[in-house]
Design a protein around this ligand. Sequence first.
Ligand code: SF4
Length: 344
Amino acid sequence: MKPSSINLVPDDLLASHKRKLYAEEIVSSEELQLIEKIKNLVSEKNISLISHYYTDNKIQKLTEEVNGCVSDSLQMAKFGKDSKSDILVVSGVKFMGETAKILSPNKKVYMPTLDATCSLDLGCPVNEFKKFCEHHPDREIVVYANTSAEVKAISDWVVTSSIALDVIDHLDSEGKKIIWGPDKHLGRYIQQKTKADMVLWDGACVVHEEFKHEGLKSLMQLHEDAKVLVHPESPHSVIDLADCVGSTSQIIDYANNSPARKFIVATDKGIFYQLIKNNPDKEFYEAPTAGDGATCNSCSRCPWMGMNSLENLYDAVSNQGNEINLEDEIIDKAQISLNRMVNF
Ligand code: SF4
């Protein structure tokens, strides 16, 4: 008999997918000391901490405690731009630090590590993308924020997942044809929703691509009353099962405002910190990544987001290494496409 595409029995599913209360996670005395040191330095140097929802929950909590910003990449960009501080320390992946620098070129932008990248950024080298665009000179170039500063500099628009649908809808209503890069799953989702004329670059997120349709269906049968929240970087067969398809902020808003008590969530595990903190009386389950075609990336955890730690965050606020530096010409060009998004 052919094995079912997910081999977990119901009890295993329950045990492995129900998230523990991250907010109650134990912090060691060394970590507490480090947290205090970071807080003091942030206050002394008037640093703005900006962190993504996918970073470690200790980094998110610390960022909140110093009145920094924990959010999705669109809000991170806006917060950095509006911040009164001249020093921004961005925990996330490199394109987020670059975006902060492009929007605030006169500010110093540091990151815990410059090695934290993104499979979408890596999979869209500027020279190859440029050639792709040259084959379609009549199209507006719209790229996802998860791209290098150089790719943003040759694009007409930059969008995040929170406003991608609205921007493409707007461009489509003006009769424009579109080149979309780099995430093919998000591109396909937008194309399906808006019916816009789009050609898609072939990129994907290593984390979201691992969510599995069959496994999700099995978990939904166990929790028939659960709402399914899916990030649009996931495969379309997973998106098709969703009650809410949205960016990290939109997923959090949906869970906060929904009368439902149970949710199955298909995005990076880092988001559970906010979901559980905001909704302690609701239940959250991880969408399955195990099953046919599972790989070593099947942990719902971005390997690059995971490179941010309290230790290297301390280095960033104390020594101010890992500074983001970009050529003026790249900043000037990328500002045009990024500011279109910010002002949209
Ligand atoms: S989760 Fe995916 S899209 Fe986000 S930074 Fe990691 S690889 Fe990139």
